[in-house]
Design a protein around this ligand. Sequence first.
Ligand code: DLL
Length: 436
Amino acid sequence: MSTTTLPAPTDPSMLDPEERLDRSALEALQLERLQWTVRHAYENVPLYTRKLDDAGVSPDDIRSLDDVRRLPFTTKEDLRQTYPFGMFAVPMADVRRIHASSGTTGRPTVVGYTAGDLDRWATLMTRSLRASGIRPGMKVHNAYGYGLFTGGLGAHAGIEKLGATVIPMSGGQTARQVQLIIDFEPDAILCTPSYLLTIADAIEQAGIDPRSTSLKVAVLGAEPWTNEMRAELERRLDLDAVDIYGLSEVMGPGVGNECVETKDGPHIWEDHFLPEIVSDDGQPLAEGDRGELVFTSLTKEAFPVLRYRTRDLTRLLPGTARPAMRRIEKITGRNDDMIILRGVNLFPTQIEELVLGIETLTPHFILELTREGRMDALTVRIERHPDLSRETCEAAAEVLAQRIKVHIGSTVAVKLEEPGTLPRSEGKYKRVYDLR
Ligand code: DLL
């Protein structure tokens, strides 16, 4: 935990009116917006006309929030099939901006925003930054990538709308990032958690104590990260690290955000997004059960989505700092990140958790999957601690292998690497290398 005193909760007078609704008023608003969204999608997106007709559901059938379950799912494959603009629900002339995510294979996924969509996005980013503890008049160093990625420009608009000062740094050029953090004295930084680790190392290498900078808050997201990583970053940089969640298909950054005073998982901004949790085969799960997060947008004009399957694994929890809005448990993995090693399922974040629990290890590691004969093998390649002896580092590596065996149930090899030799993050970190 940070050594600074616990941050004060946001003054209620600063909240958006929707953040102060009670649950029943919020649900009434959601239903009205759900009915609008389903009709809008049905009437303007041929894919949804077909999907709803095939499912035998009409917009008039949506009479309660539970009726969302009657709607068909939307998947990334639907976006690929309609590439590039087939799921836009407004004429192109009304689309003010396009974003796209590269994706690992084939066509990128493309999303669009009307002027109204951009305004609501900025409002939700403002809300997210406020929940993180950022206030008007602060300076915010924005190191999310600018361009087709939603991180940079999405956060940018929210910083300006909040009345804070944006430093539009984008990702990469780490030495320059360090220089500007020292010279411009920002109060807050926005980037991926893995990139903040790279920046912390670079500050140290410049001969500066990372705890001595002006930074008080870090708003971190765009990739899975653990509470152990939060503790590590807060300790090394003496700041509050807060979780921001989002995805381009549903909007971009700011679909949900943690409140700095509780740090107990992102509150979903439910006045704009209806969340559900489903099993692998799409069955609704009970409140509190772990499964795949699914979203229906409630206010999007250019790119409405009905029951979009995020592939992110989490569960829904009751609201705390914003009582009416439910939270998600910190996302520890995606369906597609899961490694199946000789029948045991494991997520890279489980290894991150164990690595960070051993003080004599560094947080710099990658996972390599290989095949030995007919067996799959996993090697954790981890940089040894630069200030500790070989023997100490080798003992630490052995402890890690044992803990992975005990806690996850997998036998893995742990290989020590020289300091500074593994790839460093400049954005979303590539942790797993499949060499099979
Ligand atoms: O990563 C949007 C974003 C930008 C979020 C900046 C937060 C900050 P995509 O490139 O479409 O959009 O990737 C979305 O990233 O489905 C999750 O798997 C992952 N992700 C995003 N935020 C978090 C988070 C942006 N806080 C995908 N924790 C999502 C864990 C996250 N995973």
